[in-house]
Design a protein. Sequence first.
Length: 148
Amino acid sequence: MSASAFASMVAAARLTPGRVTTRKSGTRARQSVRANATKVSPPFRVGHGFDLHRLELRTEFPDLRLILGGVELEHDRGCVAHSDGDVLLHCVVDAITGALGLPDIGQLFPDNDPKWKGCTSDVFVAEACRLMRLEGMCWGFPKSRHTV
């Protein structure tokens, strides 16, 4: 079957639970398809984030902290980073910007820019969400999965 034939078949079909109605079923199906043709689902995009930072002993570097998802964890090691080093929120930012086709967190918030030094990662998330809204997109939290 050619792609155009398949597209025509799909355009003429109306799916209902337990039944497919096609052109052969009569004008009712064609009218239903035309009525539903203007209803367009918004597009969705998938982004993937990845981040890592070196951990060092806090006895050697007492200013280091370990933060995941905006929560500081008590640990003998801390994260070496230009910002707060929250790998979880950095992954979220990369997933959002990746889905938008934008550069990753390192390019948007470079570590050689002093204004990001020591910055908390919620600032990056807020900026990524602002960029997402500019694109007319929204993020479905129930569809967000994270592995640490």
